[in-house]
Design a protein around this ligand. Structure first.
Ligand code: THU
Length: 131
């Protein structure tokens, strides 16, 4: 699975987004070492704070299906002129399982940048921090 393919797969998730409040669809695709891919979209709620982001949807799908320590690459995409940077909560949730995860962040023209999660969340708090 190339970076381009993972980004394009994340774009297919935009149509699944439930975004009646923000009208800002986000798609995600999370690649595991064995090739399994978990996709996600944002799912909003009339109690706005109950909204879940696309990246966390993909992540909780993966963890609930038994994947935990084999995450390789995540693509996150939006319909915005700027890159669809993951929010702080998503960075934190991803850091728990994969501080070295490669993150592909795309904008609506499908251009993307590639960077490690630990650059998005430097000095992150993780499981080792509790020792
Ligand atoms: N959103 C995501 O899905 N991922 C992010 O990392 C940033 C924000 C969603 C949440 C909400 O449904 C919409 O984008 C606007 O904030």
């Amino acid at each position: 699975m190339t970076d381009r393919e993972l980004v394009d797969l994340a774009f297919t998730m935009l149509e699944r987004s439930y975004v009646p409040y923000s009208h800002f669809p986000v798609g995600a695709a999370l690649l595991c070492a064995d090739g399994t891919i978990f996709t996600g979209c944002n799912v909003e709620n009339s109690a706005y704070g109950s909204t879940i982001c696309a990246e966390r949807t993909a992540l909780v799908k993966a963890v609930s299906e038994g994947h935990r320590d084999d995450f390789v690459k995540l693509a996150v995409v939006g319909n915005s002129t700027d890159y669809c940077w993951p929010c702080g909560a998503c960075r934190q949730m991803l850091y728990e399982f994969a501080p070295d995860l490669t993150v592909l962040v795309a904008r609506k023209d499908r251009e993307f940048v590639r960077l490690p999660l630990h650059e998005l969340l430097p000095h992150g708090f993780g499981p080792k921090s509790l020792n």
